[in-house]
Design a protein around this ligand. Sequence first.
Ligand SMILES: Cc1cc2nc3c(=O)[nH]c(=O)nc-3n(C[C@H](O)[C@H](O)[C@H](O)COP(=O)(O)OP(=O)(O)OC[C@H]3O[C@@H](n4cnc5c(N)ncnc54)[C@H](O)[C@@H]3O)c2cc1C
Length: 334
Amino acid sequence: MTVVDRHDAGQATDAGAGIVCPWVDHEGDDAWYALAREGALYYDHLAELLAEDGEPETSHARVGALLVGDSPAELVPDEALLRGRRPEAPEMGEISVADRPAGLFPPLAPDLAALYLAGAARVDGQVVRDVLLRAAVRRGARLLTGTAALTSSGTALLDGSPLEADAVVVAAGAWTGEVCRPLGADLPVRPLRGQIAHAVLPGVETAGWPLVLPRRGPYLLGFPGSRVVFGATREEAGFDPRVTTAGLAEVLSGAVRLAPGLGAATVVETRVGLRPATADGRPLLGRLGDGVVVATGLSAYGLTAGPYAGHLAACLVTGGTPPLDVTPFSPGRF
Ligand SMILES: Cc1cc2nc3c(=O)[nH]c(=O)nc-3n(C[C@H](O)[C@H](O)[C@H](O)COP(=O)(O)OP(=O)(O)OC[C@H]3O[C@@H](n4cnc5c(N)ncnc54)[C@H](O)[C@@H]3O)c2cc1C
């Protein structure tokens, strides 16, 4: 197997926050919900596989989530959705009213209403990407840096020269449309920019803090190393992977409004990524002609569903039957 990556500025995986909590989203789209849910579930199996390959540190941690609002009434629709889904998705864990959310995430404003969802998890996208690549290399993959392209007959090229391949998976994120164009496909994948900030609270142990998912405004995640992540903007800005003053202002002011205790945190890093979004909001996962499979369009859920989508793409490209029906994600719908 050969992996070609151009490492563009704006790679979404490099910037992703790491929320793995699919049960509160995708209302009205059962196929997308099933993919995201299976993606969250897949992490346990993936951790076993990676441990066998000598990569036990996946960064996946089930820290729970606080769904927060200004009043309990605001959280009623979320609670109804979760309780309706829980019989089929027990992995979401217990759902309970958190009387004092600041007891779990100390910087939070004291007067918020909150539901606690025990099964939510977080990952570090950079770690997941790197362990997967290292494990692939151990299994014989080679990693190349450059621009991959396809000819009209589906032949793979690396920086303009032929690259031998029995089959190709195009997982080029927001850039996937450009890669597939020579095949005569006009896939409506566009970049949805996300800016995100990382801060440190010196001396504070933040690794076990739950995700904070507000009804509106930025979410918050605790990570090891006293780190807290505030994100993220959702912007139609084309292929423009810049951190802007307005973007940062939106994220930082929203985060501090939600959690005034973060006001004194040290901003240590900003990141920006281009989420691959499709015209109808659904992923693209399926065959595009002979020997070419497309796997993209995971938009804001690619860290949740990406590894599992990769597994499904591998099934398709090796002629196997994917364990989830991928017809709703077929590129043929465009
Ligand atoms: C700020 C932010 C926060 C997010 N938070 C979350 C979250 O909390 N939870 C969650 O589940 N998801 C989250 N996401 C979404 C998730 O990060 C993305 O859906 C996912 O990372 C997309 O992965 P990808 O591999 O499809 O695309 P990318 O990570 O963008 O990778 C595409 C790669 O293809 C390469 N490429 C493109 N064209 C070519 C070419 N012609 N030749 C060679 N290489 C090429 C690029 O250089 C790039 O490295 C977030 C995203 C952002 C930006």
